[in-house]
Design a protein around this ligand. Structure first.
Ligand SMILES: Cc1cc2nc3c(=O)[nH]c(=O)nc-3n(C[C@H](O)[C@H](O)[C@H](O)COP(=O)(O)OP(=O)(O)OC[C@H]3O[C@@H](n4cnc5c(N)ncnc54)[C@H](O)[C@@H]3O)c2cc1C
Length: 496
């Protein structure tokens, strides 16, 4: 019999909500702590820049038991995603489990010798600590903004200039009539540059390190990219981990076909975005960089670069001289607002160094079995660290896996030895065979969604009944089908 645990879920974003739901559904007592005053994580309106919308189509960015409303567009806005998450929390009575404005500042093994952890938390009322039997860390990869110490930024601010991280650029009026410079090449950077143009900025400059391949919402202007890039057939264009001799031979034979596939896609993108005219033709092969960092092209971005509404400069910020930002190539741009779309610090800052050393190798690679658990950190797991282009489904799969792992109810409960061997194999794959899989500390399952889900479902003991292999080969993951797969897993409930 599984005994009821006190489970603490840290974070109330996409991942924390579904983790809370999974643990509560299996009979555990759940408490969610969230440092912000609202749920949603990156979709919390207080943290969203104007015009933010998903990169993933709505049927790929949803929980298995709740479709996004028909009234939402194919790529919902940030506000719509937030409303969807708030609804989901209400539907499953998760809202009453969340304690807002509560930040975890440290966690340590319990001093009373019992399994579990003691969390140090900070609230507006002060600091306190609490014990729990199991912790689900759902803090995502976008909580701690990167900073940039820019020489001379004091003089920039003194003259009325504003410098802010992209997560603080949440008011379109900031741009109106002003000279805006955006640093970065991610989707956030191009979204903000386009938004600034539309909001009436007097000048918009984008400063980026190198041109990267960007994927349009519609490839060739016609086909929704999910029908080309999210399908199992495309996934099989990549070499992956654990391939046997036969699979490697098949890959070798198919090499010319695979090569043609990628060169064809590059040609389409080159023409569609007029990359030569924009002087933004990437120097790398598209297949070498496909991972979670591949941006979707912001509609309007390339046309605005082509007609100079956005001035694109290759380089980075070097220093400020008054209101002039001097670039690494010597170019000088006078600005009123500088937006740093430079990403976030990856990490679990509240985990003490002794534990963090077990979780993260010196080169930043995470040691997580299935991107969820570490054999040297018991009574603890991570949800949403298996990020991708369909993170909601990834988080839900991870949550369903984690609760069973915590209760030793996986159909295939891995031994510590098995977990260590698998972690070592995956680290080798990322370091030696596919460096692109090492982005974000190796916490990105794209482009291997199907393979990752297959592994989790097999561990859980879920059957893929009614699955049509051929259909699955040419269609993106279907959330409704995954609801059925998960429902086929053996059920149980923890008791007091
Ligand atoms: C602008 C933007 C667009 C995106 N679009 C897509 C997309 O289209 N498709 C896709 O798959 N992914 C997308 N992503 C990735 C996105 O991060 C995930 O899809 C998903 O929202 C992550 O959810 P999460 O719950 O894991 O993390 P988050 O949303 O980051 O939530 C983590 C929560 O933990 C809280 N927290 C952190 N530290 C603490 C602490 N110490 N104590 C208490 N609480 C804490 C935070 O306040 C936050 O609420 C996007 C990301 C961004 C930034």
């Amino acid at each position: 019999m599984v005994s009821r645990k006190q489970v603490c879920v840290i974070g109330a974003g996409v991942s924390g909500l579904v983790a809370a739901k999974a643990f509560a559904a299996h009979g555990h007592k759940v408490s969610v702590v969230e440092k912000a005053s609202d749920l949603g994580g990156v979709w919390n309106p207080a943290r969203s820049y104007p015009d933010v919308q998903t990169q993933s189509p709505k049927d790929l960015y949803r929980y298995t038991d709740k479709a996004m409303p028909d009234s939402f567009p194919e790529w919902p806005t940030g506000m719509q995603v937030h409303a969807y998450l708030a609804d989901y929390a209400r539907d499953h009575r998760l809202d009453c489990l969340i304690r807002f404005n509560t930040s975890v500042t440290a966690m340590n093994r319990r001093a009373d010798g019992k399994p579990g952890w003691t969390l140090d938390v900070m609230t507006p009322e002060g600091a306190s600590s609490e014990n729990c039997d199991f912790v689900a860390i759902c803090t995502g990869q976008f909580s701690d903004p990167q900073t940039l110490g820019l020489p001379g930024e004091g003089t920039f601010r003194a003259q009325g200039g504003e410098i802010m991280h992209s997560s603080s650029y949440n008011d379109a009026s900031l741009a109106k009539g002003r000279r805006v410079v955006v640093l970065g090449g991610s989707k956030s950077a191009t979204d903000i540059a386009v938004s600034a143009v539309k909001s009436g900025a007097s000048e918009v400059t984008l400063v980026y390190r190198e041109p990267v391949w960007r994927i349009p919402y519609f490839i060739g202007g016609l086909v929704n990219f999910k029908r080309i890039l999210y399908i199992r057939a495309q996934e099989q264009m990549f070499s992956s981990w654990g391939m046997g001799a036969l699979a490697r031979l098949a890959r070798m034979i198919a090499k010319p076909l695979v090569w043609t596939n990628w060169r064809g896609l590059e040609s389409v993108l080159k023409m569609q975005f007029k990359l030569d005219k924009c002087k933004m033709l990437p120097e790398t092969r598209i297949e070498d960089g496909i991972n979670c960092s591949v941006p979707i092209a912001t509609p309007g971005f390339f046309p605005m670069v082509a007609d100079a509404r956005i001035k694109a400069i290759r380089g980075t910020f070097d220093h400020c001289e008054g209101k002039t930002i001097v670039m690494s190539n010597g170019e000088r741009v006078i600005a009123d607002v500088a937006v740093l779309a430079i990403g976030y610090k990856l990490g679990v800052p509240f985990l003490p160094e002794t534990h963090r050393a077990k979780l993260v190798d010196a080169d930043g690679q995470y040691r997580l079995y299935r991107q969820i658990a570490n054999p040297d950190l018991p009574d603890l797991g991570f949800v949403g660290f298996n990020s991708s282009f369909c993170t909601v489904l990834c988080a839900e799969m991870a949550a369903n896996w984690l609760v069973r792992y915590a209760d030793r109810e996986l159909a295939h409960q891995p031994s510590e030895r098995e977990m260590r061997d698998n972690i070592a194999m995956m680290l080798h794959f990322r370091r030696m065979e596919r460096p692109a899989a090492g982005v974000y500390g190796g916490l990105c399952v794209a482009p291997y969604h199907y393979k990752h889900f297959d592994e989790l479902l097999a561990d859980i003991g879920a059957a893929k009944r009614g699955r049509n292999r051929l259909v699955e080969m040419f269609t993106p993951p279907d959330a409704d089908a995954y609801a059925q797969f998960l429902a086929s897993a053996p059920t149980y409930k923890a008791a007091a």
